[in-house]
Design a protein around this ligand. Sequence first.
Ligand SMILES: Nc1ncnc2c1ncn2[C@@H]1O[C@H](COP(=O)(O)OP(=O)(O)OP(=O)(O)O)[C@@H](O)[C@H]1O
Length: 745
Amino acid sequence: MAAPITLSTPMLGDFGLIKTIEETDNVQLSEDSSDSTDEMVSKKKKKEMRKIGLFNSSFKFDTGDTLPLPKSSYLNLKPKGMSNISSLDDKISKVRKERLKKGSGKVEDEEDMSLEEDETSDEEDMKMDTVRNKDKKRKKRKGGGDDQDEEAAKVHFSESVDTYDDKIGFQDMNLSRPLLKGLSSMDFVKPTPIQAACIPIALMGRDICACAVTGSGKTVAFMLPILERLLYRPRATASTRVLILVPTRELAVQVHTVARKLAQHSNIDICLAAGGLDIKSQEAMLRLGPDIVIATPGRLIDHLHNSVSFTLNNIEILVLDEADRMLDEYFAEQMNEIIRMCARQRQTMLFSATMTETVQELVAVSLKDPVKVFVNQSTEVALGLRQEFVRIRPNREGDREAIVAALVSRNFCDRCIVFIQTKVQAHRMHILLGLLGINVGELHGNLSQAQRLDTLKRFKEGLIDVMLATDLASRGLDIEGVKTVINFTMPSTIKHYIHRVGRTARAGKSGRSVTLVGEKERKVLKEIVKEAKTPLKTRVIPLDVINKFRTRITDLEDDIKAIQAQQREESHLRSVENKMQKAQNMLETKEEDTTHRTWFQSFKERKVEKAKLRLADRDQKEDKKKTRKKLTAEDRVNFELTKAQLLSIRAAKKSLKAKPLSAFADHSDIDSSKSKKKKNKKRKQSGKSGFEEELADIGSSAVKKFRSGPSYKERQEAAGANKKSKGGGLKPKGGPKPFRRNKKR
Ligand SMILES: Nc1ncnc2c1ncn2[C@@H]1O[C@H](COP(=O)(O)OP(=O)(O)OP(=O)(O)O)[C@@H](O)[C@H]1O
């Protein structure tokens, strides 16, 4: 047996962060199966405690979220039309009861049920996994240059900060009393590195592009200076001065909660404008001109086009949280539209754990004299994270479901998130693991917003042990006490990996990630190995355990199919019911629903954009037929791997693309050749690239041009002109007809 490996978490205590492991404590990670023993012991203990009733069934976790919520709160939302239909968990529980009746002849209650079945797997439980150190083979890079550094060299930052004053406290930052009180009621004693580095710069009103590992407190890093500046705002007229954009609704809710807690001793108004939540109450709040709006892009554009008197004319600060995601192709058109509508003179702050450094993306937000604050590199994971990998051999791809089932029922029984590439597979795993007696929930885009928030709430409160999620939950979500993140397949890029595993080991705590890696996924694994700062581990699960779980899953296959079929029927029934209800409403009120909402693109344009963003030209009907026929475990895994591969191909193509995503219309193709030559000559003389010039030019006309940007119509016309000049033959159309949507309220 080789010498034990030592993993320590330096520095974290210095920042007043709560730790699960003392930083002076060395975590002994032995190469044998001692880790697994601990996992087994904890599972046994949990089982015994359940048997003797040590768990108080009425116990609830205090989420600390005791502030009263505004009327527009998402908690007012209720799922519609589901009164007569049993929930998925009820269906699973019914099938389990029937199965147990057939097997043992008696079932007393739910608790007994899971215990009975658990007992049968004890033999496998005690066969421990082996965990070994993963070898790190480092290849010397050609030329010695770092790709990212080369890329960064193209961006003109007027300053770069990678150090900070580690002695600085919140008291030394010239923050006002209400904010210091807010901080102390949240028990924040000392700023984290990113907070120490960013807050003083942000208070000066400088544009910032910041990067720090997941869970390092970036939300407070941008929120505190915003609140401080707002405390001194003129009070005569109420207007929205700060806009914070985030990629997902759940993250918007979370950032809103943090902002309200920090601002609880001030009179700053904060409004949440996220999709899926009640639009009417949001409209009413926006009409009052709240100081801060926290929004997802789609819902914000909806309000900008349809809510009277709400504008972004007075925006003084724009924040993009998860900035690299906000600036990627999914949000490109929407971001262009929002930035065009924002006031030109503003402070812009970009934050993420995997920050983009490429000019083509940053130019879209037209940073003015930006400061680069990189406390960590874009590829770093939290120091307290222990990264494990389970190798899947080429002919054993079909084992993945069994391996995940084994992991969550034997080793990581609670506070665990399993990331799955597709919504369909996440749903199947819910049924499968539920039938195996695991307390499980799902979170992905196929659910209603009420269902999504409900899963999240139950997982936070400890009512769900394992949360199955797609990448929807991979960014930004701060859930206290997550112990383990499991990846069913390797995420499509290292960026996705960093965000997924970043749901654990947050705020100085320790955590573990377990990633299943097949032969086709070794490229991303190599990148992870290359970037790792702490030793990586290989976990081997005994073959008999895997086989046993595979047999159990095969055994459940008919029940899974039956539940899926029942759900399909119910969903059909529900949609018919909804249509009937709508017709009845119309008959009763004798008028048609005339609440049309406009959107910045026409219906056709939106369709074209969606088609462009689709991963592959797949025949969706064919796909559906395929998924209905009997798929093997291998087929299902192939679907997952294909999706991840398509995403990684897209990311690779994008990084090769030179064309900038610009905030102003690219008229270069219709420029006269004379002016083009003039411009090129000027550039040659200055010795700078076009991008550099654009970013470094802080003259008022250049800034104006950048900040307002072209309208969607102008961009479309420019694109049309480009096509025409390339011989595409497409005439630039007049303005797009606004897409009139008949939206449900
Ligand atoms: N100064 C502080 N002291 C102690 N805890 C803090 C401090 N600042 C933030 N935290 C806690 O750290 C956790 C992570 O914060 P936050 O969600 O802002 O991280 P993040 O860097 O934005 O992560 P991600 O990259 O995943 O979005 C939160 O639970 C927060 O309450």
